[in-house]
Design a protein around this ligand. Sequence first.
Ligand SMILES: *Cc1c(COP(=O)(O)O)cnc(C)c1O
Length: 369
Amino acid sequence: MNIPWVDLTIQHRNIRSEINSAIQDVLDRGDFILGHDVTKLEEEFAAYCGTKYAVGVDNGLSALELSLRAFGIGSGDEVIVPAHTFTATAAAVSFSGAKPIFVDIDPETLNLDVEKIEEAITSRTKAILPVHLYGLPVDMNVILGIAEKYNLIVVEDACQGHGANYKGQRVGSLGNAAGFSFYPTKNLGACGDGGMVTTNDAKAAETIRALRNCGQTAKNVHELSPFNRRLDNLQAAILRVKLPYLDQWIESRRKLAALYNKLLAGSEVVIPVEPPGYRHVYHLYVIRSKNRDALQAYLKERGIGTAIHYPNPVHLQPFYTKGEDKRGQFPIAEKACTEILSLPMYPELTEEQVESVVSEIIGQLKPVM
Ligand SMILES: *Cc1c(COP(=O)(O)O)cnc(C)c1O
């Protein structure tokens, strides 16, 4: 058996001729920087998310950092982030000059525990940066209520959430702004790095357009911090080919997740939840097992690839501990990191492959005597 946890080659084989011709068009026009496809992708992605504006940037981390900067967040400010996420969530806060304030996660959804946000708020808190982790939206209504009460900005980390829905609304359209990543493995992935900010705020969109392009507010007028965070036109052209397929790829992920859920029900592993009114897009299909390391090794021996997203909570990363022992601060996140396992999940995975993965898992849990 050989079932990797993710396989990007099948998708590109299926749409190769469309991608090749999109690349060829860019080569023929020669508009490599902020060209036609960046502008069109921004329009198309904004329409997809249901926002007025979208601004293409070089990666998801930049999308989050520039969103914070566009709302004036920086040195001396605090921003609330979940303890369990990809490091880039907290890094975006750090690089803006502000301080990430970690909050523990909900033991069921593994998303930010919205009940614990208020106790982390201080006079310096300026924003909340919640994450739609694994493709499951976080409880945004509660977060938006807290933001209103304390006059905070909300930037969604939608880097794993393309196409997810929360109570009928697409993620990316729920807060003041949202950051998306087009890292190749994401539900909408480039053939390299890429990112996008979505927002309904005209001024924020304009500021991010200037920030990404050497702080240029008008031709040859460099007024803001001079970063270069532009999205490549070649990547935008490839993403424009892929965007029309996104919903069918998500449907495929959801079908595969439903099959995993059905086959794993009643076993010792904990399957992911999808609360009513939430539409999970299964960027990752993450189970939990007390027996995680042994299960992962067993599957590996049988040719089944898995991954751990992520083995260490962010507050325990050396960049944030600065050599101090911070263990025990966020026990739910710390425990989850020892139990989570990402099973194979990509739109082109077959039902037979899911069945094989599950039968190996069941076989490992209940060894035949
Ligand atoms: C992928 C990811 C990012 C960062 O995206 P890059 O494009 O790699 O910079 C940020 N947050 C989360 C939750 C992610 O999964």
